[in-house]
Ligand binder design. Sequence first.
Ligand SMILES: [Zn+2]
Ligand SMILES: [Zn+2]
Length: 860
Amino acid sequence: MYNAKEIEKKWQKKWQEMKIYRFDRNKQPIYSIDNPPRYASGALHIGHAVHYTHIDFIARFKRMQGYNVFFPLCFDVNGIPIEERVERKHGITRKDIDRHEFIKLCKEFADKNIKEMIRQFIILGESMDDSIYYRTDADYYRRLTQISFINLYKKGYIYRKKFPVNWCPRCMTAMADAEIEYTKRKTLLNIIKFYFNDKKRYIEIATTRPELLATCQVVAVHPNDERANELVGKEVLVPLYNKKVKIIEDERVDPNFGTGIVMVCTIGDKEDLEWAMKYNLPIEICINEDGTLNEKAGKYKGMKVEEARKEIIRDLKEKGYLVRQEEIEQSVGVCWRCKTPIEFIEAEQWFLKILPFKEKILEVARKMEWYPEYMYKRLEEWVNSLKWDWVISRQRYFATPIPIWECEKCKEIVLAKEEQCYVDPTIDEPPVDKCPKCGGKLKGCEDVFDTWMDSSISPLFNAFWKRDEKMFKKLYPMSLRPQAHDIIRTWAFYTILRCFLLTNEKPFEQIMIDGFILAPDGKPMHTSLGNVIDPLEIIQEYGSDALRYYAATCKLGEDNPFRYKDLVRGIRLMNKLWNVEKFIGNVLDGNIKNKEGKFSLVDKWILSLYSKLIKKVTKYMEKFEYSYAMKEIEYFLWHEFADHYIEMVKYRAYKKEKISLYVLYTIGLGILKLFAPFLPFITEEIYHNFYKKFEGKESIHISEWPKPVLIDDDAERKGKLVKNVIAKIREWKNKQGIALNAPIKLVKIYGDDIKEEKETIVNTLKIRELIITNEKPKARKIAHPLYNKIGPYFREKSKIVIEEIKRNGKKIAEEIEKKGFYSFIRNDEEIKISKEYVEIKEEPQENLLKVENIFILVIK
Ligand SMILES: [Zn+2]
Ligand SMILES: [Zn+2]
């Protein structure tokens, strides 16, 4: 039995000392992986474990293929999730203490997490390189974020504007569209009266957000609505506020929603903003940054949104404006972090232009290989749906500062110099001491960048952009971006955008998109459902290789449920591998790397299968189709190599026949290498036990990926026959209750295709006398009923006829051959069967076994 626990611990430690995963700056060819910097805010989740293991598979595979693999250990350490945890941990909000004191707390929190995360990666057996380590909050990384901003600013792609932005009143910061999640919730649809000037006639308008009445700008109806003719152009009064608004027609009104007439406020949701743009409506916003209403809302000023809504509804009811209320289900945009409904507020924000580059981005994206291919579609849909530029500023503390100063008098912007970066304008001096325009005082910008501004330049950081131009040429574009599908619209999109704007080129050649891991019942894992699986607990019980085996069975791009049975299956596989390799290791003696002698038929058979296996697995690995690769190797190990070839070759191996040892050595090592990217621990252990003394390389993980040895289709066909003949006789032994190693007196095989392997058959099955002949076995003729002919003719007698043919097949065949028919008496009636009602087949006389077209006679 293989002892995973002990052996895995040993290699976790040794690999740290061996430093075999180091990227070599001077070696070609390079395979570079834009490893996702892991978010330094929380616990390791099974999805992360599987995802990083998928990336590790390709890193190990490419290393064995001879690439100089660039696979950095890295962490993403910016932004709100860390701030939130720190706030929760210390029971404070960031506004309670000094900005820099708070940043220090965030950094300490991240440091502690990173330490633990590195330990987890080591346990999982991930081969990341700590000599190219980075974290996104370090000065060296933030320096690059700032320089990239300065570059984009100079190109004219950055602008500042007072603009309605998505705003989370809980996190108190602007948000990008990509950060908004949509959830369904029940809410009340309020049908409200909007009176005409005469205060007698009115129209009914449906709204879920009466608290926005103060900012109602216009009322709209669909042009096909029969009321449109009469209404359009007229004015109505906004209830409670008595503000006059016009009625317009617009095709975007859904005639089936509510009363078919809607009010447009600036701004309740994104649609309102589109109306505002289209009709050039004034942007009036009645919600503050903290989610309370402002003076525009009149007497509701100071109330929180929910509270104000209740109050307004009460007033509408009291004053007779509320016609009725209906409960409806509504899709609401919420903050992805804290699930608070998003509001729109108007604020000065910094933007990076996206809209002019939509086509270009897709063009660049199409130049990359997408795995699975259909994931490109998701990016395309997202890009096509974009309506705003990217809000890159955030009003938080723990993130990369925006490297600018502003004149307190004339608002002139002073940009930091590239050489100055990393710079914190809230502490550091500006490049000039006063405003170049008016001589006014300069104030450092307090806004910071959206986290994606840091992580979306990871390929530039990795490729030494602005640090080492020679390395940059070698490393950019990077070979691979691996990532999960939920961040296509953020990480993938922003990276392609930024890198293209800065380099005019795609950031990577290939992109591999992974799915999620679901709970065993197929539901998403969630603490509240109690179905969360802790990968560290799994490893504790089953071992890292077993978890990695599960990861290998997950299909790329798909959401896979967690399967305990795959852990068990993995362990069985490892025990099998352990035993097979132990057998090989024990019979090996001396250096059998060199071929001596001639291959037998079964040698050629197994080598041909093995060679095809290598080709298939290599092809699958290159497309990240790990689950297919694993299936192939596993099948070969169990069902060709272990169950058959090893049994057949044992007698030769025990005699130390050189060529048989050569085959065992070649495949024994080769299959170990095929498993090595998936199961790094057990393969390393076996390699060190049996192969290292011959191979020299200090680790299997830096050894060469196996190459095909020979392809021989004829040997494959004949070898398969030998395998099946042996299997058939074994099965017969088993059925007869004869021990597998007990001798058999006589076996006669009719079919001399496999005579080359006579000795193998004799030795594998312990046969005292084996005759292989090209004669055919003595045959006899038997009649079989032809049901479709018998039925229509014999009708109710069909059953009797069929029974008779089955009982007397041999005699019937003889008589029909002689006289053309056979007759018998049943119930005093003669029944005649002529030749069209039977099929006469030749069958061997004795009780023979059959494999393809070969018959086998076995005598105990
Ligand atoms: Zn929030
Ligand atoms: Zn100025």
